[in-house]
Design a protein around this ligand. Structure first.
Ligand code: ATP
Length: 319
């Protein structure tokens, strides 16, 4: 293999730059040229290509976002769009592609692989909602950002003896909410994987009040619904007022944590090794701190589950 392409697609995630850097430098070590494709599949269709060398990825490991930019492309969902993308890859002499993104991006990657283009997926999304890997790139940073925000809000919640409802990202997944809720010491954590039990939320608030504790932090995953609705439901049941904070996009930005930089570096290098070995339609991931690679279509069929032990732990520690 002489030339490979790399793109970032879907929502950005801290650590994507570290992954791009690892792809470029591992490829250089194997004497493989790398073409960077801007704006994900949109750039692939437009032929927005540039050569990347070891110098082009200097000084980016610690930077959030993605130097290749990312986008969503409706055109790539069509046969015609994908045919143009494939033509562009062939014209540029690209013999293998690394796709850094979430599950949507991997669906697109499978289409290309089926048309004969070797593709390796690197899971890059803060949501950690991809099966076949314990962690996705960006999750750890997003959790750390959320925990920092929760700690700040806890200070004011304690001083003013208030209930705060904090909505965190994660799309349909409760992974960020559960991790940030446990690490941030939340009293209740509401995630889409488990039915919302308002009786329990209210019971905990009342138990706390009984002990003289008037502040409380409730973390809500966006997949459960709006934090405002949760606040209204609590008010309806208890007449207690609560403040709502929606953390939003601050969770997507910022410098990646050391964990995410390490993960991205390892996954990026392994993706190149796999392409060089002739693999295709695989996703690289991490399981029990070992690098693994799994069939992309299988990974897309599976649903990442919440660790029930972790959910139980959250319940016990919040009492
Ligand atoms: P994140 O989870 O962080 O949002 P993602 O990769 O899931 O990332 P999506 O917006 O779902 O983000 O997908 C990114 C792009 O992948 C889409 O804009 C589209 O071009 C392509 N894509 C998604 N689903 C498909 C599909 N079923 N077939 C072909 N292409 C797809």
């Amino acid at each position: 293999m002489r030339t490979i392409g790399v793109l970032t697609s879907g929502g950005d995630a801290p650590g994507m730059n570290a992954a791009i850097r690892a792809v470029v430098r591992q490829a250089a070590a194997l004497k493989i040229e790398v073409i960077g494709i801007s704006r994900g599949y949109a750039g692939l269709i437009q032929g927005d290509f540039r050569r990347l060398n070891t110098g082009s990825v200097a000084g980016i490991i610690h930077r959030g976002g993605t130097i290749l930019l990312t986008a969503r492309s409706e055109e790539f969902r069509t046969e015609a769009g994908r045919a143009t993308a494939l033509d562009n890859l062939h014209r540029e002499g690209i013999e293998g592609l690394v796709v850094i993104g979430g599950d949507g991006s991997f669906h697109g990657a499978v289409h290309l692989a089926k048309k004969g283009m070797p593709v390796i997926g690197i899971p890059g999304t803060i949501d950690n909602d991809i099966a076949g890997t314990d962690y996705t790139i960006g999750f750890d940073t997003a959790v750390n950002t959320a925990v920092e925000a929760i700690s700040r809000i806890r200070d004011t919640a304690t001083s003013h003896e208030r209930i705060f409802i904090i909505e965190v990202m994660g799309r349909r997944s409760g992974q960020i909410a559960l991790a940030a809720g446990i690490a941030g010491g939340a009293e209740s954590i509401l995630i889409p994987e488990y039915p919302v039990n308002y009786d329990r939320v209210v019971e905990k608030l009342e138990q706390g009040r009984h002990r003289g504790k008037l502040h409380s932090i409730i973390v809500v995953a966006e997949g459960v619904g709006s934090a405002l609705e949760v606040s209204e439901e609590i008010a309806r049941r208890t007449r207690l007022e609560s403040r709502v904070t929606i953390l939003g996009h601050i969770q997507r930005g910022g410098a990646p944590t050391a964990f995410d930089c390490m993960l991205a570096s390892r996954l990026g290098a392994r993706a190149v090794d796999l392409l060089a070995d002739g693999a295709s339609s695989r996703m690289v991931g991490i399981a029990a701190n070992e690098l693994v690679d799994r069939d992309l279509e299988t990974v897309l069929r599976e649903k990442k589950s919440i660790d029930p032990e972790l959910y139980r732990l959250a319940e016990v520690l919040a009492l």
